[in-house]
Design a protein around this ligand. Structure first.
Ligand code: FAD
Length: 441
């Protein structure tokens, strides 16, 4: 069959690859000038770097499978980075279990409870029992108010802002469970592809084209055209492109705009899920800011994490620049989304000086500010009822996006798997239609 795909993020690319392997023709429409979606890159010192920080956990076996299949394993690096937590102006290392005992921001009994609860959750496989309770309620009970307010509370507020108190314990379970799965003994290993993850998704896009697929870049889909309850094609670049089947990989908010003909009950499910925008101010410095890779911020700063990429990869790979991401997640009406990089820096300066009091503006060689509207779906209690099906209810029209990733948190690994799952469903439906017509696909 002839399949149209909206979006050349990793989900769309994985779906295209599997569809081709099953004998379908694919055409991808991508609004941006390059493939990669949220893993999109820009050059720093001549090397591509993700606009939003990216790494792998050892549990991300699907990404590793793609990297291997594309012959890129020699670029894969596993590193035990230095992580830490900023609480009341002080930086506490958080790498080994011993660091938890040294976390004097809370009394010893709270530290012990934090450790025991993490160990307990690591052994829990049944996430369903956490679906109906908020992370705040469950954690407060488990670790106590002091530990919650110094540790988990700020992390949840950082990602979900005003919605933090509504976030499901199933989401937090997923974070803790998978983080532990990435530990080798007492230390955590994180992965990165030297030269950026662009290496594998660009290779995937090239493979799709080599196999006869088409990728239209800078071609935003204006509308998915539906006639008599069946998909007819895609309107883009001022014309109609006809397809037997269409897969949308766009966030719900965009999906609602480009597919106005979705059945009302399906559209209502899409409207139920809200998103936080992802924002990253990226600094290229002439020296290190810290010696930490991932610094979680529990204090009330204007950003929630400081990720120093060059404490993971070498600054020499980026023309000697030291790269720092200052990350935050904000609601769609947040004023920072209307600011330029310099303005955001002005806002963040006091926070940067909390991390390193000797920081000078003159250390900055360059800076960039990136935002994405589909940054983080807000995972509320009983979220499984808000997950849209891949089949939309319109014949031949499908949806695969990060709102369907659950109970794991969104990540490349799960978007690749989701793309593969969507492709299998599309293929199954195509075969059923072909069988009814007595034809082959
Ligand atoms: C801040 C941040 C940090 C992250 N960190 C990590 C990490 O460390 N490790 C990890 O594995 N994952 C991480 N992720 C998650 C990972 O990037 C995503 O799970 C994954 O990239 C989602 O892929 P996708 O294809 O489902 O969606 P997207 O990447 O959102 O792809 C959708 C595509 O659709 C395109 N599009 C939108 N509208 C239209 C239109 N009208 N017409 C045509 N095209 C359109 C978009 O341009 C985009 O390319 C992070 C994400 C963010 C935001």
């Amino acid at each position: 069959m002839n399949v149209g795909i909206v979006g050349a993020g990793v989900c769309g690319l994985a779906a295209a690859k599997v569809l081709q392997e099953r004998g379908h023709r694919v055409t991808i429409f991508e609004g941006r000038h390059e493939v990669g979606g949220q893993v999109v890159t820009f050059p720093v010192g001549g090397t591509p770097l993700e606009c939003f920080y990216h790494h792998l956990f050892t549990s991300d076996t699907t990404v590793v499978r793609y990297i291997r299949e594309l012959g890129l394993e020699r670029y894969l690096r596993w590193i035990e980075p230095r992580n830490a937590h900023l609480v009341r102006g002080r930086i506490y290392p958080f790498v080994t279990p011993l660091d938890l005992l040294r976390f004097t921001a809370v009394p010893l009994t709270s530290r012990i409870r934090l450790g025991l609860v993490a160990l307990y959750l690591r052994r829990q496989k049944n996430w369903r029992k956490y679906e109906g309770v908020t992370a705040k309620e469950w954690m407060m009970r488990a670790v106590g108010r002091k530990a919650y307010e110094a540790f988990w509370g700020p992390l949840l507020r950082g990602k979900f802002a005003d919605h933090a108190d509504d976030v499901s314990m199933a989401w937090l379970w997923g974070k803790i469970y998978l983080r532990f799965a990435s530990r080798k003994g007492s230390r955590e290993a994180l992965g990165y592809l030297e030269g950026s993850f662009r290496r594998y998704y660009q290779a995937l896009a090239d493979l799709i084209v080599e196999r006869g697929g088409t990728i239209h870049l800078s071609t935003p889909v204006e509308r998915v055209v539906v006639e008599n309850g069946q998909v007819r094609g895609i309107r883009a670049a001022g014309r109609l492109w006809e397809f037997d089947q269409v897969l949308m990989t766009t966030p719900n908010i965009i999906t609602r705009k480009i597919a106005p003909d979705l059945p009302a009950d399906y559209a209502a499910i899409l409207d139920r899920v809200r998103y936080q925008w992802a924002t990253c101010l990226v600094l290229a410095l002439d020296r290190p800011l810290t010696n930490i890779y991932w610094l979680s911020i529990a204090d009330d700063l204007k950003f929630v994490a400081c990720i120093e990429h060059t404490n993971f990869m070498r600054p020499e790979d980026y023309g000697g620049n030291h790269i720092v991401y200052l990350s935050n997640y904000v609601p769609p009406d947040h004023p920072v989304l209307r600011m330029g990089a310099e303005e955001v820096l002005e806002l963040y300066l006091p926070g940067i000086r909390t991390i390193n009091p000797s920081f000078e503006r003159s250390w900055i060689r360059d800076l960039w500010f990136f935002t994405d509207p589909g940054g983080q779906p807000i995972i509320t209690t009983n979220y499984s009822r808000s997950i849209p099906d891949i089949r939309t209810g319109i014949q031949g029209l499908y949806l695969a996006n990060t709102t369907q990733i659950y109970p794991e948190d969104r990540g490349q690994n799960y978007s690749l798997l989701l793309g593969e799952r969507a492709a299998a469903i599309i293929d199954e439906d195509a075969r059923a239609v072909a069988a009814r017509r007595g034809a082959s696909i």
